[in-house]
Ligand binder design. Structure first.
Ligand code: MCN
Length: 788
């Protein structure tokens, strides 16, 4: 391993500009003559738009234009669409309702935009927006997914507000297995609705060049090429050759910036209409009402076991709230990943899962760090933990008995796991967490009036989306391949162009580490370029922890080509047969001789050679490659959470956290650990603090950071992080993704720990002090009886 190569804990190159305030974010981009867009949004959860009177607003100082949904429709701007199809169990296609970028007839959630004011300044735009008079006829609404089917019908295309009723697995086989069971565990779970809250709110800046009839969009996207594709092909704003999308530095996304949002479409449309650049910058409270939310599942699940604790079958029925519209372009994906990962790390012979996706009058719901996999892990790990407790088996032992031990392993729900050693992670975690010493610590806690509990979460993830093989009944033909281009300059420095997009993951460092190792050049001489459709030809972006598994695999393939070509050039430079050229640590050597040439000698010769016949060898050393994953990769691990609960207040303190994860080959252990820390923090947020709440009128009552509690540093313990390594055979580096693991594992570990401490399984997320205190009161008689 070189000091900056694969496996080295290289400090993140990009951090210099971030911590010195010289990062370049979308809101920092200022175009000459720029105007500001302010949206007029519905205050109602569901209403008919009877009329919009913009006359007073139009004459306000600084107002350039006021545009409405009716004009958007007249200009034939297309609807936003979800590109991932799921077919219902009766064979009918999913019911995708029209989603115009500005509502013209009805509004379907608080925050749905009906008009936009374009003004010289933000303040003038805000003042004018208040003068836009919208006459609404308020209609009944529904926000609770469990009541969605009997609520008022939101969209004509979706009777009973049902988008799809999807089923996966063998219902009869599951029934037969349950009939044989000696023990059945049943749970009802609400997977709480989350608001992503990346540090940087979303921004869109659109500029129109009337001379070339071309548009440029600067936005906060995790996947600028896909944004361009959707905006061109479906919304129809401009053909791709007339639309450039640039996502510069992006301050976090966690999934919420995958989607193509109405504001981007409106800014592009408006920029052409007013022939001036138009910028919209979201405010935090606007983000609460417009950024896609996460989770929001209501599930009943059951686990069947034999008398030895061997799992026989799992069945689950889930209602998934997808909000007022299917978000663009992937709102069905989390439910797909949820159902297909219900096997967890276990050898479960039979699984049957039903997912009913419903519309409600709430902000659209889509992928948020984990996207379906935290929901699946929560169901499986709560079931397993409760089963162990009810059967009197040690929870780690029950897990061990049921772990998948041989690979490849085909689960009953599409996924084919390729590699893993779940027992190794559990074993290491048991040691690191000093589980043997737990009872002693529990007694000590009891001495100062506190309850101590231990919770496990042995999660599985699937990353590097590979629908071409594993799609099954998803019915989606999109292949999530990735591209990479390695541009070698004459002096030997290198630019890597990738279709992935970093917004906190450290790609500028980790992608460069691979190049540094392969070509033996200093990491400072390598630049990673992403986020601009004019520079990188195409790419699928970053989400689903795919950049390592897929993006880096494309990079490795491109480097293979570069190395092969460099050897050809070196053979001319060194006047030797190509087969005799060896390349190591940035040096070309003729085998068995001391004749050698440095990397930069060869790169220079590749462009300006005197000895090379260009008829035989094309000039230059730049190469590109694509990588299409044949399968997902399956990171997995064991997290152990230890809590102390104050019986007087119900407050939970996480006193110890152990995470042992298997990400296959690790490129940068420091970055990987940082990713794990961040994910756990968000998972703890879901378990203890966060939850979006709607009132009976469909108002988001937790619509600001005053009401929506995010974890602070003092809510988090010091994480005890370890790694195990089984390389995946599915990609050339043997690497599995790590970006979501913590968020997937954490909620189940926390709730398993608290329920262990308080002695009742009836606990909802977020387990705030009040919720835990209530549960403690309910469990008090049982605890007392057990103590006597
Ligand atoms: N890596 C590594 N060794 C491995 C696996 C990954 O060194 N075995 C490195 C990669 O090279 C990359 C980082 O770890 O630098 C994360 O890689 P990967 O797991 O492939 O995930 P992606 O780069 O595709 O990032 C997406 C993932 C997701 S899905 C969410 S959500 C998320 C996350 O990353 N959002 C984030 N981490 C985030 N981190 C920050 N700071 N901000 C976000 O918005």
């Amino acid at each position: 391993m070189s000091a900056t190569g694969i496996g080295a804990a290289v400090r993140r190159k990009e951090d210099f500009r971030f911590i010195t305030g010289t990062g370049h974010y979308t809101d920092d981009v200022v175009r000459p003559g720029e105007t500001r867009a302010i949206f007029v949004r519905s205050p109602h959860a569901r209403a008919k738009i009877k009329s919009i009177d913009a006359s007073a607003a139009k004459v306000m100082p600084g107002v350039v234009a006021v545009l409405t949904g009716a004009e958007l429709a007249t200009d034939k701007v297309g609807n936003l669409i979800c590109g991932w199809m799921i077919t219902s169990k009766d064979g009918t296609p999913m019911k995708m309702a029209p989603h115009p970028a500005l509502a013209a007839e009805t509004v379907n959630h608080v925050g749905d935009a009906v008009a936009v004011v374009i003004a010289e300044t933000q303040a003038q735009g805000r003042d004018a927006a208040e003068k836009v008079k919208v006459d609404y006829e308020v209609l009944p609404s529904v926000t609770d997914p469990a009541r969605a089917k009997s609520g008022p019908q939101i969209h004509e295309v979706a009777p009973n507000n049902t988008i799809y009723e999807w089923a996966l697995g063998d219902a009869k086989g599951v029934d037969a297995a349950f009939a044989q069971a000696k023990h059945v565990t049943k749970i009802d779970i609400v997977n709480n609705r989350l608001v992503p809250n990346a540090i940087e709110p979303r921004v869109a800046l659109a500029e129109y060049d009337s001379g070339t009839d071309a548009l440029t969009l600067w936005n906060t996207s995790q996947n600028p090429h896909v944004a361009r594709l959707v905006i061109s092909a479906f919304v129809g704003i401009a053909p791709e050759n007339k639309l450039r999308v640039i996502a510069p530095d992006v301050g976090g996304g966690f999934g919420s910036k995958i989607f193509i949002y109405p504001e981007e479409v409106v800014c592009l449309w408006a920029a052409r209409k007013v022939n001036r650049p138009v910028k919209w910058t979201s405010e935090r409270s606007e983000a609460f009402l417009t950024d896609a939310h996460g989770r929001d599942h209501v599930t009943h699940a059951e686990l069947a076991l034999d008398e030895h604790g061997k799992i026989l079958a799992l069945r689950a029925k889930t209602i998934a709230n997808l909000g007022a519209y299917m978000s663009t372009f992937s709102s069905s994906v989390p439910t797909y990943l949820y159902a297909t990962l219900l096997s967890g790390q276990y050898d479960i012979p039979q699984i049957y899962c039903e997912v009913d996706a419903v519309y409600t009058n709430t902000v659209p719901v889509d992928a948020y760090r984990g996207a379906g996999r935290p929901e699946a892990t929560f169901v499986v790990e709560r079931l397993v933990e409760i089963s162990a407790r009810q059967m009197g088996i040690d929870p780690s032992d029950l897990r061990k008995r049921n772990f998948i031990k041989a690979f490849p392993h085909q689960t009953p729900v599409i996924m084919a796991y390729d590699a893993g050693d779940y027992n190794a992670s559990l074993k290491k975690a048991l040691e690191l967490a000093d589980v043997k010493g737990f009872n002693k610590r529990k007694r000590e806690s009891a001495r100062h009036g506190k309850l101590r509990g231990l919770g496990y979460s042995t999660y599985i993830e699937a990353c590097g989306i590979a629908p071409s093989k594993a799609v099954g009944s998803l019915g989606c033909g999109v292949g999530l391949w990735e591209s990479a281009e390695v541009r070698v300059n004459p002096t030997g420095s290198v630019e890597v162009l990738t279709g992935c997009h970093a917004h906190g993951q450290g790609h500028e460092t980790t992608f460069a580490q691979i190049v540094s190792e392969r070509l033996g050049i200093p990491i400072e001489n390598i630049t990673v370029v992403h986020g601009d459709t004019d520079k990188v030809q195409f790419g699928m972006g970053t989400y689903g922890s795919r950049s390592g598994a897929v993006g880096m695999s494309a990079l490795v393939k491109a480097l293979d080509k570069v190395e092969a070509k460099a050897k050809t050039v070196a053979s001319h430079v060194l006047e030797a047969a190509e087969a005799d050229i060896e390349f190591k640590d940035g040096k070309f050597t003729v085998a068995g001789t001391d004749k050698s040439a440095a990397w930069s000698d060869v790169t220079l010769q590749a462009y300006v050679a005197h000895k090379i016949p260009w008829q035989d060898v094309e000039p230059g050393l730049s190469e590109g490659a694509f990588y299409d994953p044949a399968n997902f990769t399956f990171p997995a691990g064991c997290h152990i959470c230890e809590v102390e609960v104050d019986t007087d207040t119900g407050k939970t303190e996480i006193v110890n956290w152990t995470a042992v994860d298997d990400f296959g080959t690790v490129i940068n252990p420091m970055i990987v650990k940082g990713q794990v820390h961040g994910g756990i923090a968000q998972g703890i947020g879901q378990a203890l603090l966060e939850g979006a709440v709607y009132d009976k009128d469909g108002q988001l009552v937790t619509g600001s950071l005053m009401d929506y509690a995010m974890p602070h540093a003092h809510d988090l313990p010091s994480f005890n992080v370890g790694l195990t390594e089984t390389k995946t055979p599915s990609n050339p580096l043997g690497l599995k993704g790590c970006g979501e693991a913590g968020a997937i594992a954490a909620p189940a570990a926390v709730i398993n720990a608290i329920t262990d401490a308080i002695g009742t399984e009836e606990l909802t997320m977020p387990a705030t002090a009040n919720t835990v205190w209530q549960a403690l009161q309910r469990a008090q008689p049982a605890r007392q009886a057990a103590a006597e």
